[in-house]
Design a protein around this ligand. Structure first.
Ligand code: BES
Ligand code: ZN
Ligand code: ZN
Length: 460
C-alpha cells in the first residue's frame, strides 16, 4: 500500500520533486502557469503541476488519481498534494483515491511497473485529519483486497482457496466465526443446485458462512456473493470472447470478503453473516446437462435448461439457506456477476439494483454516489417471473426468451427468498471488471460494492 502522510511543512521544503495543486490555487503559492487547463511550471526547484478539480468526492479522487498517474509517468516516487479545501472529508477522499489509484496487480510480472510510494497531503492541521486519512486508506485497502481476489487467475483462486481466504479472515480476531460445508455435507443437506453446477469440475465445491459479531448489535445483515471461481459455461460452453474474463465470476464473493476483511478495523455495530457457495462451472462427462432437474435447498425443483445460467442455481441454495436459518436479519443483499443482459441494459458503469426495500435502495444509491459506485434501480416484473416456470419442474433456469435477461434472473432468485421485502439483488456483471484503465480504476477488477457497503455499515 502507498503511504499517505499529512503535513503542515511548507511544500517547497518537502523531500519531493513534484507538487500537485488544484488549478487556480497555484496563485496562492506565488506560481504562474499559463492557460486554465492542466499545466505546470518550475518554482523553487520543484515542478508545480496544476490539475483542474471538481470539488466533490469523485472529483477529489480523480484529482489525486491523475497526480499519481503523472508521477508514475515521470518516474517520481514521492509527491506532495495540495487539497482543494481543508474539509476533513476531503482528506478521506484524497487518501482513498490515492490507495485506489496506486493499486497494481503485478505479482506475476517479472518487470514491475514503476510505483509511487509516498504522498504528502498538505494540511494546516495534520493531526486533525489523520483519522480521515487512515479511514480512506482502509476503504481503498478493502477494495484492493477484493480486486486481488478477482484478478488472481482461476488456477490460483478456486473453491478451496477461496474458502481458505474466508478462513484466514476468521482468524484475524475473535469477532469472527466460520462454518464450512463440504460436498458430502451439502449432499446430506439437499443443496442439489450448487452441487450440480460443480459436477463437471475436478475441484470440490464449498459452502462458506463467515460471521462477524459486534459487541453491541444494532442491526443484522446477510451478505451473499456469487462465487463461481471460473465460468466456462459448462456444456453450454462459452465462446472465446465470452470465456476469457470468467475468472471474474466470483467477484460477488470478493466484494463480500473485502467488506468482511475491513470489519476488524472498523468494528461497526452490525452483525454480518457472509455467505458464498464456491464452485467451478466446467464441462465433462459428469457435468450437469440441459434437461437435468434438481431440487434446491428449499425443496423447489429446477429444470436446468442452460448450464451457463449457473449463478442463479448456486444462489438458489444459498438464499434458501439464509431464509430458513436467518429469518431475523434486517437485510439480505446478494452481489452477483449474474447476467450479460445487465450490461446491455445499463452499460458497464452501473450495477443493477433489484429491491423493494427503500432503506437498501436509498443507502446504495446515495452512498454509492459518494463512493463513485453507480447503482441503478431495476424493476421486478411478475410477467417476466412467469417465464421462469417450467412444464416439468417448478422452475427452469432460463426464460427461453431474449428480452429482459437481468430481470428474469432476478425473478428466478426471488423464488428462494422467504422475506423478499428485506432483500436486494445486485447484478454486478458489468461493473466488477474494467477493460479500460481510467482514473482510480486500473485495468481489471474494480472491487465494486465494497466501499458503498462499508459506508452504509458505518452509518448504521
Ligand atoms: N457469469 C455469467 C454472466 C456474466 C457475463 C458475467 C459477462 C460477467 C460478464 C453468467 O453465469 C451467464 O453466463 N449468464 C448467461 C445467462 C443466460 C444463459 C440465461 C448470460 O448472461 O448470457
Ligand atoms: Zn454462466
Ligand atoms: Zn456465471
Amino acid at each position: 500500500m502507498i503511504t499517505v502522510e499529512s503535513t503542515n511543512v511548507n511544500p517547497f521544503q518537502l523531500p519531493v520533486r513534484i507538487l500537485f495543486v488544484p488549478r487556480g490555487k497555484e496563485k496562492e503559492l506565488g506560481v504562474a502557469i499559463e492557460g486554465d487547463k492542466e499545466g505546470f511550471s518550475f518554482h523553487e526547484g520543484k515542478i508545480v503541476y496544476a490539475i483542474p478539480v471538481s470539488d466533490n468526492p469523485d472529483g477529489i479522487r480523480k484529482y489525486i488519481a491523475r497526480a499519481i498517474r503523472l508521477a508514475r509517468e515521470y518516474r517520481i516516487d514521492s509527491i506532495a498534494v495540495i487539497p482543494p479545501d481543508e474539509e476533513k472529508e476531503t482528506y478521506f477522499f484524497l487518501a482513498e483515491g490515492a490507495g485506489l489509484a496506486a493499486y497494481t496487480f503485478d505479482k506475476y510480472l517479472n518487470e514491475k511497473p514503476f510505483k509511487v510510494s509516498k504522498v504528502f497531503l498538505i494540511s494546516s492541521d495534520p493531526n486533525g485529519v489523520y483519522g480521515e486519512i487512515k479511514k480512506g486508506l482502509h476503504f481503498a485497502e478493502a477494495t484492493n483486497f477484493a480486486r486481488d481476489l478477482v484478478n488472481e487467475p482461476p488456477n490460483v483462486i478456486y473453491p478451496e482457496t477461496l474458502r481458505d481466504v474466508a478462513i484466514e479472515i476468521s482468524r484475524d480476531d475473535s469477532s469472527f466465526d466460520i462454518e464450512v460445508f463440504d460436498r458430502e455435507k451439502m449432499e446430506r443437506m439437499g443443496m442439489e443446485a450448487i452441487l450440480y453446477v460443480g459436477k463437471g469440475s475436478a475441484r470440490e465445491p464449498y459452502f462458506v458462512h463467515l460471521t462477524y459479531r459486534p459487541e453491541k448489535t444494532r442491526r443484522r445483515m446477510a451478505l451473499v456473493g456469487k462465487a463461481v471461481t471460473f465460468d466456462s459455461g459448462g456444456l453450454n460452453i462459452k465462446t472465446y470472447e465470452g470465456m476469457k474474463t470468467m475468472k471474474m465470476d466470483m467477484a460477488g464473493s470478493a466484494t463480500v470478503l473485502g467488506v468482511m476483511k475491513a470489519l476488524s478495523y472498523f468494528k461497526p455495530d452490525v452483525e454480518i453473516h457472509a455467505f458464498f457457495a464456491a464452485v467451478e462451472n466446467m464441462p465433462d462427462g459428469n457435468a450437469d446437462k440441459p434437461g437435468d432437474i434438481v431440487r434446491a435447498y428449499n425443496g423447489k425443483t429446477i429444470e436446468i435448461l442452460n448450464t451457463d445460467a449457473e449463478g442463479r442455481l448456486t444462489l438458489a441454495d444459498v438464499l434458501s439457506y439464509v431464509s430458513k436459518h436467518f429469518p431475523n436479519v434486517d437485510y439480505v443483499l446478494d452481489f452477483a456477476t449474474l447476467t450479460g443482459a445487465i450490461m446491455v441494459a445499463l452499460g458497464p458503469y452501473r450495477a443493477g439494483l433489484f429491491t423493494d426495500n427503500t432503506d437498501i435502495r436509498e443507502a446504495l444509491m446515495n452512498y454509492g454516489h459518494v463512493e463513485g459506485e453507480g447503482f441503478w434501480h431495476m424493476p421486478f416484473d411478475e410477467r417476466l417471473g412467469e417465464k421462469m416456470k417450467s412444464r416439468v419442474a417448478d422452475l427452469k433456469n432460463t426464460a427461453e426468451m431474449r428480452w429482459g435477461g437481468a430481470i428474469t434472473a432476478a425473478m428466478f432468485l426471488k423464488n428462494f427468498v422467504d422475506f423478499p421485502e428485506r432483500w436486494a439483488h445486485v447484478d454486478i456483471a458489468g461493473t466488477a471488471f474494467t477493460t479500460e484503465d481510467s482514473d482510480y480504476n486500473p485495468y481489471g477488477a474494480t472491487g465494486f460494492g465494497v466501499r458503498t457497503l462499508l459506508r452504509w455499515l458505518l452509518s448504521l
